[in-house]
Design a protein around this ligand. Sequence first.
Ligand code: SAM
Length: 299
Amino acid sequence: MKIDIVSVFPEYFEVLNLSLLGKAQAKGLVEVTAHNLRDWTHDVHHSVDDTPVGGGAGMVMKPEVWAECLDELLGFAPPSQCDPADAADGADSVGWSEQGGRLAPNDLLAQNGPTNQANQDGQTDRISQADDCRPVLILPNPSAPLFTQRDATELSHAGHLLFGCGRYEGYDARIPAYYRGRGVDVREYSIGDYVLNGGEVAVSVMLEAITRLLPGFMGNPQSIVTESYTGQDALLEHRQYTKPAVWRGMAVPDVLLSGDHAKVDRFRRDEALARTSEIRPDLVEALDCSALSKADRKT
Ligand code: SAM
């Protein structure tokens, strides 16, 4: 899997050379390159931001700089060299049209919504073939749909991921709309209901969730099969214990020492169901009932 990351702080991603992801890179499973967005600027200050149109606090990331960078990394010719329909004046092709003499989004939400919604509603994944080489552009955004294990699983089948880290008040809203209009698979994701200073942490979170699912990444492939949010029912995992059997007066559940695998499996399954109902009732509500056995229903 090829991974490109664009950020104004590319040094942030040096940590990706550590631990399991570092090993995966050394084995050639993933090739990660962090780029500095400022390399695509042309002014002496290397500016990537400007004041918000319409006023307000903070700065917004400029579309021109992002576009030069993304065009190059996506292998697109700059607009002046492509079909006139794709150029800036072919505004309809990117979902923008003239309104009172100005460019305005046709319906930004209608464009952005269904893309990620498809995953959350459990509809067909768009990356169905392993090693699909079409690049997927991933833009972290706190006001986008939540990134889930299901998205991580789907994206682990992509051949090329291109992450763009926002900063300041975020990136100009025309960037994702423009690349969708040019046929790119653009995903905007939030990693949680809070606001971070920049996209670097969000990208690291998504990147780790995706790459650990790559075949050959984990020492023991079984360890990713039985995890929380995984599999047909996507429950939370049961609790885990190691030796000693009694620690500071606290004993592990007897059944785990019984050696009876069927009983251990039943105990763990019951615990997963009970914990999920208590901690994440939303996951139980979303449960596909066909994933539940008769014994599960008793829990
Ligand atoms: N003005 C934005 C808002 O209120 O929604 C917040 C911008 S934030 C300070 C700057 C950048 O950090 C965003 O463009 C995004 O790339 C990243 N970011 C912050 N919080 C995030 C989250 N919860 N999930 C994903 N990305 C996030």
